[in-house]
Write a protein that binds this ligand. Structure first.
Ligand code: BGC
Length: 415
């Protein structure tokens, strides 16, 4: 097997609203309005999950559904960057919080801008490549009051924010991700009613998706004009769908599901990307026209199948269809007891090596997540962190799998 190039980015990923604490955006407002109801519905939603016995007290409490202080990463980021270094990482993906930088339409918060300048400078000083995401699901309240991405006319607000943010913070930043998982945001917020504004309307869903893809293209153009060497991508979630038998219907359904999930979005933006960001968490077996996963595959705390090796098939498919460099922008497992994470990472590294051997150009691997975080509609109970957070006192500790990963990276990076 070929070894990973020296330039390979090994790191972890986070997003602002999920770890910073103290944010005020469309999520924080919605959380306060819905926490009680969500706690009351926890039994109904999660009681079949493998670790329900261990997490039920947390999941049944309204506190779980309010992000609040979280890991207080906004104030404690230096400590968290030390964790990256302890794990021998050379890259970190994070998002900047639009609602902090532009708290009111057209007014820019100098304190927040200075904060993110220091934040990026600290990463650079530590030899860690910053990978900056402009938008990771959390939107300013004023933007949502105007209808958010429902209206094409609102896209200009995001483009202006992106331009301003990169003008202020972009010096020394080589990799920018415009929007995280636009299709997941549109689906959860405008079809499945899991995320704010919790609407269900197919037409609005398509419009919100379309407007985000349009926004991506616009931002790509603007940022390239500012700095043609900046490498700009989009982060896209991909579940790998495979037929569970040889029946015609299963094969066709798996193909259609994969196409609808990946290609509808990617083919629209691929020309305006320098790399594709892949967020991979699970695969799904299709029988007939439905997903039906095998009973004997273990599943994570959020009941997603644990099939890390299948990332290889997504990589092959994306490479074949789009032939662009790929960065794994998220990948990980909700595993509070830390029983699956080490094997997960190991199988993933083997899959990446095989993909690389097949000629697929990989830029890096960013594990989700550096810290335990606010898992959107689930709240705080799912634990994706390489480092655990004790929410009672803010203490962060690297899990055993993270310490092991750090040792592996030392070898892989020849340190
Ligand atoms: C999102 C993250 C989230 C992760 C695990 C991804 O789709 O980008 O924000 O924490 O999934 O649920």
């Amino acid at each position: 097997m070929k070894s990973f190039p020296k330039s390979f980015l090994w790191g972890a990923a986070t997003s602002s609203h999920q770890i910073e604490g103290g944010t005020h955006n469309q999520w924080s407002v919605w959380e306060l309005e819905n926490a009680k109801a969500k706690a009351a519905q926890a039994d109904y939603h999660y009681s079949e999950y493998p670790m329900w016995h261990a997490m039920k007290a947390e999941a049944k409490s309204p506190v779980n559904y309010v992000s609040g202080k979280l890991a207080d990463h906004y104030n404690r980021y230096e400590e968290d960057f030390e964790l990256l270094q302890k794990m021998n990482m050379n890259a970190y993906r994070f998002s900047i919080e639009w609602s902090r930088i532009e708290p009111k339409e057209g007014s820019w918060n100098a304190e927040a801008i200075a904060h993110y300048k220091d934040y990026i400078a600290s990463l650079k000083r530590r030899g860690i490549e910053p990978i900056l995401t402009l938008l990771h699901f959390s939107l300013p309240v004023w933007f949502m009051e105007k209808g958010g991405f429902e209206h094409r006319s609102n896209v200009k607000h995001f483009v202006r924010f992106a331009e301003r943010a990169v003008a202020e913070l972009g010096k020394g930043v080589k990799y920018v991700i415009t929007i995280n998982e636009p299709e997941v945001y549109a689906g959860e917020s405008y079809l499945y009613q899991n995320w704010p504004p919790a609407r269900s309307n197919k037409y609005t869903f398509w419009r919100v998706l379309d407007n985000q893809l349009y926004a991506h293209k616009k931002v790509y153009g603007v940022l390239k004009q500012m700095n043609s060497r900046m490498r700009i991508g989009i982060a896209k979630n991909s579940v790998y769908f495979y037929p569970g038998d040889t029946a015609w219907l299963s094969r066709v359904s798996a193909t259609v599901m994969q196409w609808a999930q990946d290609d509808y979005t990617l083919r629209r933006v691929v020309k305006q990307t320098d790399f594709l960001g892949l967020n991979y968490y699970q695969s799904s077996r299709v029988f007939g026209y439905r997903v039906h996963n095998a009973e004997n595959i273990p599943s994570s705390d959020v009941d997603w199948t644990i099939t890390p090796g299948d990332i290889e098939y997504v990589l092959q498919r994306w490479h074949r269809k789009y032939n662009k460099p790929i960065m794994i922008t998220e990948n990980g497992v909700a595993d509070a007891a830390d029983v699956y994470r080490q094997a997960w990472i190991k199988e993933t590294i083997v899959a990446l090596q095989r993909a690389q051997n097949d000629g697929i150009q990989l830029l890096g691997y960013l594990h989700w997540s550096l810290l335990d975080n606010f898992e959107w509609a689930y709240g705080k109970w799912p634990r994706f962190g390489l480092a655990s957070i004790d929410y009672s006192n803010g203490v962060r500790s690297l899990r055993p799998s993270a310490k092991w990963f750090g040792g592996v990276l030392k070898k892989l990076r020849n340190l």
